[in-house]
Design a binder for this molecule. Structure first.
Ligand code: GDP
Length: 304
C-alpha cells in the first residue's frame, strides 16, 4: 500500500485538485455539475467511454444516497470510484503465470523508452530475491545501447545475460537464450525485444519468429507476452496498446512511470477499452518500485 500511496501521489494530488476546482463553483447536483465531472474524468485520462459510464454510475449513486451538500457529494463520488475500480478488477487475472518443471519465458514488447529494460531489471532482481534463478536475453538488437543497458542490469542484479552484437538477428539471440535456460535449468527467462511500431509488418514478423523459436524448444512458452506502456504518455499509450494488440497476442500490460504522471486514470481506460489486464505497475525508478498490480490498492492510491 505504501508504494502505491507514494507512487500515485501526483495522480492523487491532481485528482483532488480537480475535484476541489469542481466544487469551487458548486451550486447544486444538477446536469451542469455532472457535465463538469465528466469533463474532469476525461482530463484525468480515464478515456471518453469510461468517463461517460463512470459519470452515469456516479449520478445514480449521488441520487441513491440523496447527497446534496458538497462534502457529502464529494464523499459519495470518491467512495464510488474506489468501489468501481476495485470491482471492475475483481474478476481480472492480474497474476503472472509460471511454468512447472521447466523454464518460464516472459516476452517484453513495447516502444523505445516505455521502460522495458528497466522493468526487466527490476523483475529480475525481485525474482532472484524470491529464490528463483533468472536469465536475460538481449533481444533488442536494434537500438544502440539497449544491449549494454541490459548487461548493466545483469551486472547489478548478478544475473547472466545472453547477447550478441548490435544488428544481429534477435531470434538467434533468443534461440541461444532458450537453449541456455534449458541447459542450466533456469527458472525464468526474461526476453527484451525491439519495439518498432512504425513498421508494423516487420515488427509482427520479428515477434512471430521469436515466438516460433521459443515454442520449438519449450512448447508451453512464452507464459506471458507483456506490453510495456509509459503512463505519462496518456491517451497515446492507449493507442499504442491498440496497435500492439493487432500485431501480437498480449497476455498483460506493464504500466510504467505511474509516479511521474497526474493521469493514473489511464489504467481504467486500458482495462475498459482493451480488456487486457494490467499485471505490473512501475511506481518509481528503484529496484522495488515494480509492483504486482492491485486494483483496490491502486484505487485508494489514486483517489483517497
Ligand atoms: P526501453 O527503451 O523500453 O527499454 O525503456 P527503458 O527501460 O530504457 O526506460 C526509459 C526511461 O524510463 C529510463 O530512464 C528509466 O529509468 C525510466 N523508467 C522506467 N520505468 C520507470 C518508472 O516506473 N518510474 C519512473 N519514474 N521512471 C521509469
Amino acid at each position: 500500500t505504501e508504494k502505491y500511496d507514494a507512487g500515485l501521489e501526483k495522480s492523487r494530488t491532481s485528482f483532488s485538485e480537480r475535484l476541489n476546482a469542481l466544487f469551487a463553483n458548486f451550486r447544486s447536483v444538477d446536469e451542469d455539475f455532472f457535465d463538469d465531472l465528466e469533463e474532469m474524468l476525461i482530463e484525468a485520462d480515464v478515456g471518453f467511454q469510461t468517463a461517460v459510464a463512470l459519470t452515469d454510475a456516479l449520478r445514480e449513486e449521488v441520487k441513491l444516497k440523496n447527497a446534496k451538500k458538497p462534502e457529502a457529494v464529494a464523499q459519495v463520488i470518491v467512495e464510488k470510484l474506489v468501489d468501481l475500480y476495485g470491482e471492475a478488477g475483481a474478476d481480472e487475472d492480474n497474476s503472472l503465470h509460471y511454468a512447472q518443471g521447466e523454464p518460464t519465458v516472459f516476452l517484453f514488447v513495447g516502444v523505445n523508452g516505455a521502460g522495458k529494460t528497466t522493468t526487466i531489471g527490476k523483475l529480475a532482481h525481485q525474482l532472484q530475491a524470491a529464490g528463483k534463478s533468472v536469465l536475460l536475453a538481449a533481444g533488442d538488437t536494434f537500438r544502440a545501447g539497449a544491449i549494454e543497458q541490459l548487461q548493466e542490469w545483469g551486472r547489478r542484479d548478478g544475473v547472466p545475460v545472453v547477447a550478441s552484437a548490435a544488428g544481429a538477428d534477435p531470434a538467434s539471440v533468443v534461440f541461444d537464450a532458450v537453449k541456455q535456460a534449458k541447459q542450466d535449468q533456469v527458472d525464468v527467462l526474461l526476453v527484451d525485444t525491439a519495439g518498432r511500431l512504425q513498421n508494423k509488418v516487420n515488427l509482427m514478423k520479428e515477434l512471430d519468429k521469436i515466438k516460433r523459436v521459443i515454442v520449438r524448444e519449450l512448447p508451453n512458452a512464452p507464459q506471458e507476452v507483456l506490453l510495456v506502456l509509459d503512463a505519462t504518455t496518456g491517451q497515446n499509450a492507449l493507442s499504442q496498446a491498440k496497435q500492439f494488440k493487432q500485431t501480437t497476442d498480449i497476455s498483460g500490460i506493464v504500466l510504467t512511470k505511474l509516479d511521474g504522471t497526474g493521469k493514473g486514470g489511464i489504467v481504467l481506460a486500458i482495462r475498459n477499452e482493451l480488456h487486457v489486464p494490467v499485471k505490473l505497475a512501475g511506481l518509481g525508478e528503484g529496484m522495488d518500485d515494480l509492483q504486482v498490480f492491485d486494483p483496490t490498492k491502486f484505487a485508494y492510491g489514486l483517489f483517497k
